[in-house]
Design a protein around this ligand. Sequence first.
Ligand code: SF4
Length: 437
Amino acid sequence: MKTKSLKPDKVNIVTLGCSKNTVDSELLLDQLKGNQISAQHETDEDANIVVINTCGFIDVAKQESIDSILHYAERKQQGDIEKLYVTGCLSERYKKDLEKEIPQVDAYFGTLELPFLLERLGADYKHELIGERTNLSTPNHYAYLKISEGCNRTCSFCAIPLMRGKHVSKTMERIISEAESLVKSGVKEIMLIAQELTYYGLDIYKTRMLPELLEKLAAVEGLEWIRLHYAYPHQFPLEIIEVMRKHDNICNYLDIPLQHVSDPVLKAMDRKIDKAGTVQLIKDIREIIPDITLRTTMLVGFPGETEADIQELQEFIEWARFDRLGVFQYSHEENTSGFELEDDVTAETKVQRCNRIMQVQQEISADINSQKIGKTLKVLFDRKDSEYFVGRTEGDSPEVDNEVLLPAKDNYIRLGDFAEVRIVDATDFDLFAELIV
Ligand code: SF4
């Protein structure tokens, strides 16, 4: 086994899970660098300390986090690294079990324990760095901006409130200053994220303030795209869509996880909205912005879900023709209210239902994409792979949505720049383009 190196500490931050974790890891990196501690996102280069920011959402995510902890625990035993710390949702939820099961980890921290983690890393929590966003793990031209933490909803399948606590909004001043700081460092596109975006402001301003926040963000000079992720459908404030229509720099894009549409399932999920309300909401949104890109997620295999429920969901998807749709299989999570129900849909049926809904969506997506052939679209280019410059339209969020591919052989694009392209071909989930010069 190697002994403690004489070189200064270098921290490798490994991030699993969703974009909220991405932001937390970026804040950790900001704090470490503010303390003159060398640190990086996802690097293997001679880091002697590893911090894993874990996810505890559903079974698959938990397993991925555990595998990562075991991988680095093994590397620690081999002497490749000296210290291993674990933070994030899994650690918040299962700290005691993890301490017992994987004792090779030097310390586990919960989601609100950043100051303690920093202390173990030899750093002070610097309040003056709050709102500074200088160490992105995304390409420099886009960033995630978390407007609140936690969730006050009681969806019966969801373990997130157990790990992230009650809803706490950031002040508008802080969000605007964070957005300005991001734009100053070169960011052109911001993804607004929260567990529940539409609840924003109810805790600190006693009223929903997302429309006002959007007005202020739209006025930030240099901010070219603002994108909304994770809006809860019940009591959805339609003013959001009015504000979206008013401002060119708020993308005509909404991520609104609906989870299901059958009334018995929605009721058992405690979603507070029924099918009629859901259908009306989609109509209302599209009445204000007919060509809005709607992204949603569905959850199949919830306890008690029948063939009739899944058929109803399928027909709803065929009617709604969402631009983007993801499907999760229900995961029976302890300490949620859904855990009291019998997890009676077999694993095999969950997979079949998931595939069935995805198959329907694939056909819808292929059809929507084929209608874009011949159209001119504004694209923001994120990266270059071997054959293509890869970008996105206003209707596509990074990582989760479609991409636009422009042949790299005949074109030159500076990454992070916008360009006008003509769509020349389409597949189920991607578009092929030529540059308009
Ligand atoms: S609104 Fe979203 S985060 Fe909140 S409990 Fe429901 S599913 Fe979970």
